[in-house]
Each structure stands twice: as structure tokens, then as C-alpha cells.
Write a protein that binds this ligand. Sequence first.
Ligand SMILES: C[S@@+](CC[C@H](N)C(=O)[O-])C[C@H]1O[C@@H](n2cnc3c(N)ncnc32)[C@H](O)[C@@H]1O
Length: 428
Amino acid sequence: MDQPAAAMNETEKVQQHYNSFPFPKAAEIQWNPWMLWELNTLAGRWGAKPIPEDGRILIAGCGTVEAVMWAKSCPQAELYGVDLSSESIAITRSLIEQLRLSNVRVEQRSLLELNESDGEFDLISSYGVLHHLKDPREGLSVLRRRLKPDGVMNLMLYNRRNRYFLREFQGLVELLCPDDAAESREAMGKSLTFDLLADDSRLRETQQYASAQYENDRPYWADACVHPLEHDYNLDELFALLKNTGMQMLNWRNPRNWHVAPWLGSPALKERFAALPLQSQWEFADRLRMPLFEMLCGRDEDAAPEFPWLENDEALLEMVFVNPTIYRLEVKSNIVVGKPSTSRGCGFEAIPGQPDRMKIHTPGGLHLTAHPFFQILINQLDGQKTLRQAGECAAQQAGVEFSAIRQTAVGVMRKLLIPHQGLVCSPA
Ligand SMILES: C[S@@+](CC[C@H](N)C(=O)[O-])C[C@H]1O[C@@H](n2cnc3c(N)ncnc32)[C@H](O)[C@@H]1O
């Protein structure tokens, strides 16, 4: 039972919020059979100390669907999810039952209570959670103690630039709210969403955004507009938080969000940008794109990540790739329907008048041109074969020598991979 509003501390307010608005609206679960491959690649663990397929995974603040997504994506792993919200845990449990998942267990519990008796984990995901704690640093320290020495942490924290106008809107709700009850916040937030009439207020666009979210996705609206507690960070504060808790960033989880070089339209601009220190390049990207801070982190005594394929063709050819398809589960009135996501795979398009070239659209939104051979090659990437082996099979299928298409394979894979890799975190 939630406490009466007057007696609530910060944690209880957050708990009450997520009992009223379990997050996210469990309408679609995206899962990815290549999830561990992708994380190992991005975290520089490919080859050395990968996250094991049968490892232990903790989802700290699992909400309604995150534990299910990981359990589907990592069928051999042992999953444990905790969340403050009993409502979110109940939704997760019903999905686990519907999907007959046997590798995942969830409990209504604060992540701050995790201790030695829970053991250590190979992978910990805490996505969009720590910034809702009174003291995020305490939360991160608790999680660090549960991480194996060479384990990987998947974190998302709010970027201040990204949240700026929403925080202003939340501030209006805060000023007008008579008490801390979730119903009062919802009523006041709803009123500000629809009854604030000023056409020229600086929050006009935020208000429009809020009204669309209110109609489409109530938990999303509530998270954005009436949340009782959120912290946000700039890049300096983010790295200070990691340093002060004994963590280091291995890479961005979605490096393409930080990859702004294609937007620099002249060689001189590109050259000047490339000469900037890494952190200034990130600041540049932050000012342009203000992405959420989605990161893969490790303990700071851990070895620096390795990305041998960045420069070296031979290392690239010995790497195992996967066909980049992501799957979706749609949850429709208690029935879970599974289908591959058409929007997230690699798409190929013929170029009229150019039979020896084709366009490739990648899951990350990158558009490249390549030889049509590349489509045959992509279909050979099964998570088992190295690029060289897949290239040899594809060459045989196409009736050519591998040596004739080696450069196509290496060149395009590097282009695909490096933008995903983005601005790789330098060991220094
Ligand atoms: C924005 S939701 C994110 C849910 C999930 N991680 C996802 O990405 O879909 C934040 C979640 O963190 C949970 N949470 C907040 N503080 C927590 C704490 N101290 N311990 C465990 N869960 C917490 C909330 O109940 C809520 O479900």
C-alpha cells in the first residue's frame, strides 16, 4: 500500500508515481537475438572476456518490459529484475507467464537493497532509473558492488539539454501542486497541458508535445511532465559521477547519436572537428543533438576496451558479424504477437541505371552504396562465421573468387561498423 501523501519521502513519491503510471506502456517489446554480440562489440569485449551467453544479468529498475526484453534476447542467461513499483512487477510477471519464459525472475524491491547475498552479475542494465533516486551516486555505487570485475553496465541517464523544457514544465506543476499525491500531480499536469492558454509562452512547444503524449501514451506523458524526482547531467557531471563511483565508460550504447561528422559540410570543418579532443567532439555533438546519455560502462580497474578492427583489415576479417535484424513483440490485449521488425533490418535498394551498385539502409539510419554482392554477404552473417568465412561462402554463391570481393567486404563492413562504433572512448 502506498503511504498517505503527507508522510512520503522521495523514494515513496517515485514508487507512487510508477504505481500510478507503470512504465513503459507495455504495447511493444523489442528484442534482439544478437544483443550480447552487439554489446560485446560496442564494449570492446569482442575476443577478450565477452559477456558470457549463460551469464547472470541484473535489471535494476526493470519497469514493465525491460526484464522480458533481455530474457528473450539472451535465452541462455539467468535474469533477475527488481523494481520499486508493484504494478510494474505485476505486468512483467504476466508477460513472463504469457511468453513462458523460464530464465527470468523479478521482485518488487529497491535496487538500494541489493547486497552480497545477491551475488555478482556479468551484465547490469539500469536504463532511465538512477536519475530518479534521491542520490544517484549511492545507487550507482550499490550496482558497482554487484558487477563482476570485468562485467558490463548498460546505463541511461538524462542529458540536461534534452530535458530542459520538460524540467521547466515539471517546475510549473510543482509550483501549483497542493500536495505530493500522484493524483494531484496528474490533475495539475493535465490542467497545465490543456488549459494553459498563452500562445507565445516559451513552453508552447512543450505543451503541444505534452498534449500529444497525454492522448497517446499516458505513462510517457507522466514521466515527461509530472515526475516527482529527476536529476539530469551535463557531460562533465556525467564523467565525474562515473569517476567518483569507480566506473569508466567503455563506449556509447548508440554511438551513431554522437556521430556528427557527416553533418560537417566542408573538408576544412571536418578537419578542424577531427583535431578536437574527444570530449570536445562529444560536446559539439551534444549541442547539436542532445542525445540521452546511453552508455556501456565497466569498473575502472578493468582493462581498456579494445577495438582492433578500427584500423586493421585482418582483425576485421576474423570478426564474427550478425545479420542486423531486430525483433518486435506486440502486446495486444493480452496476446503477444511476435514478428521480425521490418523497420530495423538492413534494407537493400537497386539504383536505376547502375546495376553494379546498390543502396544499403542500415538499422542505425546510415545510407551507403555498395556492390550488390554485399547483400549476399549480409545474408551469410549468422553470428557463427567470421567475415572471411562468410565472404568465402558468399563469393562461392556469386561464382567469384573471394579475393575479387575482399575489399568490398572489408570496406563496407568498416563503414557499417565504425559509425556504429562512433567516437570510440580512447583508453587514455
Ligand atoms: C523510466 S522507468 C524505466 C523502466 C525500464 N528500465 C525501461 O527502460 O523500460 C524507471 C523505473 O525505475 C524504477 N525505480 C525507480 N527507483 C528505483 C529504485 N530505487 N529501485 C528499483 N527501481 C526503481 C521505477 O519504479 C520505474 O519502473
